[in-house]
Design a protein around this ligand. Structure first.
Ligand SMILES: NC(=O)C1=CN([C@@H]2O[C@H](COP(=O)(O)OP(=O)(O)OC[C@H]3O[C@@H](n4cnc5c(N)ncnc54)[C@H](O)[C@@H]3O)[C@@H](O)[C@H]2O)C=CC1
Ligand SMILES: N[C@@H](CCC(=O)O)C(=O)O
Length: 543
């Protein structure tokens, strides 16, 4: 029963803790890291009310310390996917009928649990499992995840209050139903917050969800799943499973109750999913919602008026934070000839000061890349540069996987602006720069726009307002998140809604009102108070 219009005002962003020496948060985090390393947990799949363990145990190892075993997780099969769908569908009716106030407060409670009781553990699981330093873990596993939960409650409340007009003698209203069926959330390794947001944004709207996280994000995903349970999420609303991608797709995309996919990951995988779903439209009850945020080849273009220090800092942070494993990472830069020598000198000098190593040593800015497959792929690009004439490495380039998957922050300078590392997403600590004639700014903007199939993020660095204006116009379709005098990473929920078009996805802006509409199916209801009793309109009547 609804007995009031509850209010969920716009929240403030969760403050970012500093982890500076001597702070309590630093102490708590160090303790959590130590304690997690001593535990050796065995992570089950969470299906309905059950914790499922299998004979197929997979070890979880920190990417920066590959000989250390943090624990294991239980790999499932097609039968577990089916079980998860059934558990979701069983929970559906009751969950959809739960009042909005009670639904919303589960997610707000989860946000508060992360902000307080579990902050250190959320960050520590992310640091160890995904090789993030303390700051990168804080802005992801704590702040961004908390923001997603709190802001989405506010946005959904706004949607529910958007109602059609009514005229004399009638009342119109809009019901925002969840989708008919289950939603599949498939999430990437690089952001714990994305792992948390994709299933919960759909669940918040009254949907039931099957969630498959990347196998390299299991360590932090299980932590979030346990927090959701503690916050009161009913069994079966979100079911966390660990299975191979193709096995998952085979069961889910061939199921008549498949209602939508909330995906973040690579463009190739998303394209395969889209094709599979497209071929099956006849078997579904409704057209499934397909939402995907995918790859990027994000640019920084500097104008001849650029402040060199602003540019160098944007490149250092934008390209190398979290080892460049952000879909938003700066990975191609266009530097005007008048400042090129100074930029290169300062960039190389800054990069040489970046320390690389484990996450437990807080003086390390750079940690390891996620796994061996990724390491090998990035190393292959670096080896190719060493063979090619049109590219050279100006700093970095060393790769060493003896203890962990370490790749030095690397800058490649090219003479061909369409060289392979200017076009392909590499997903590692590799930045390619191209020096252009300072008087060919407009031509360079065209180059920026046409070099890659992606359109996720990009920056213009300039002090000249006309240059900013021109870049903003000419690069209108080149990035869904465009930055002026800043790095192209670090979007904050509620402040810079995130997502791109072209090969970068459906641009449904994670953590914004736009995204939530995709998980709702509206029903319009018109009620007429004094209904007509004669089909004849007035114009048919004779005098
Ligand atoms: N645009 C955005 O907001 C973001 C995009 N990304 C993109 O994600 C990629 C890196 O993340 P990864 O985890 O390596 O991506 P990925 O595409 O390899 O994996 C993403 C998820 O899809 C699953 N998967 C893989 N193959 C599958 C299949 N055939 N069927 C069903 N599921 C399958 C994986 O197990 C994982 O859970 C990069 O391309 C990056 O740009 C990452 C974060 C944000
Ligand atoms: N929200 C992130 C990007 C997400 C990602 O890289 O996966 C940022 O702006 O840095």
């Amino acid at each position: 029963m609804k007995i009031g219009n509850f209010s969920y005002p716009l929240p403030a962003n969760e403050p970012v803790l500093s982890y500076a020496p001597g702070t309590k948060e630093r102490d708590d985090l160090k303790k959590a890291l130590k304690s997690l390393k001593g535990k050796k947990i065995d992570v089950p799949m969470y299906i309905g009310s059950e914790e499922i363990r299998t004979d197929d145990k997979i070890e979880i190892r920190p990417p920066h310390e590959k000989k250390f075993v943090l624990g294991t997780y239980n790999q499932g099969t097609a039968a577990d996917v089916k079980k998860a769908i059934n558990a979701a569908l069983k929970a559906k009716e009751k969950w959809a009928a739960l009042s909005w106030g009670n639904r919303a407060n589960i997610f707000l409670k989860a946000a508060d649990l992360i902000a307080t009781k579990y902050r250190a553990e959320m960050c520590a699981t992310t640091m160890l499992g995904q090789s993030k330093n303390a700051f990168q873990a804080e802005i992801d596993a704590a702040c961004e995840l908390i923001d997603f939960l709190r802001f989405n409650v506010h946005f959904l409340n706004e949607i529910y209050s958007q109602q059609p007009v009514s005229s004399a003698g009638i009342h119109n209203r809009m019901e925002y139903r969840p989708l008919e069926g289950f939603v599949l959330a498939v999430t990437p390794f690089n952001f714990t917050a994305i792992g948390g947001n994709l299933p919960t944004s759909a669940a918040m709207c009254g949907n039931v969800v099957v969630w498959k996280c990347a196998n390299t994000q299991v360590f932090s995903a299980q932590m979030f799943m346990r927090i959701l349970k503690e916050a009161g999420l009913p069994d079966g609303v979100v079911n966390l499973i660990f299975v191979d991608g193709p096995v998952l797709g085979d069961v889910c995309f061939n199921h008549p109750d498949f209602a939508g996919i909330h995906f973040t990951g690579s463009t190739g995988v998303f394209n395969t999913m889209w094709k599979h779903i497209g071929e099956n439209t006849k078997i579904y009850k409704s057209y499934p919602r397909i939402v995907g945020e995918t790859g990027g080849k994000d640019f920084v273009v500097a104008h001849k008026s650029a402040d060199v220090d602003v540019l160098v800092t944007a490149l250092c942070r934008g390209a190398f934070e979290y080892q460049g494993q952000k879909c938003s990472a700066a990975s191609r830069a266009y530097i005007p000839s008048n400042i090129a020598a100074e930029v290169k000198k300062k960039l190389v000098a800054e990069i040489k000061t970046m320390k690389m190593g484990t996450v437990e040593d807080f003086s390390n800015f750079i940690n390891a890349v996620i796994d061996e497959k990724s390491f090998d792929k990035i190393e292959e690009y670096i080896k190719q540069v060493k063979r090619d004439k049109e590219a050279k490495i100006i700093v970095g380039g060393k790769c060493d996987k003896s203890n962990g998957y370490f790749i030095e922050p690397t800058v490649i300078e090219v003479t061909n602006p369409k060289y392979v590392t200017m076009c392909n997403e590499i997903f590692g600590p590799v930045l390619t720069i191209y020096i252009y004639d300072e008087n060919k700014f407009e031509e360079t903007l065209k180059l920026v726009d046409t070099t890659s199939p992606y359109a996720l993020t990009g920056s213009i660095i300039a002090q000249d307002r006309n240059a900013v204006e021109l870049a903003t116009q000419k690069l209108k379709n080149s990035a869904g998140n465009f930055y002026i005098n800043d790095k192209p990473t670090g979007a904050v929920v509620g402040q810079q809604p995130f997502g791109g078009a072209r090969g970068s996805g459906t641009n449904d802006k994670a953590g914004s009102i736009i995204n939530l509409y995709r998980w709702l199916s509206a029903r319009t209801i018109k009620e007429t108070f004094i209904p007509a009793t004669d089909y004849r309109y007035a114009f048919l009547k004779e005098k």
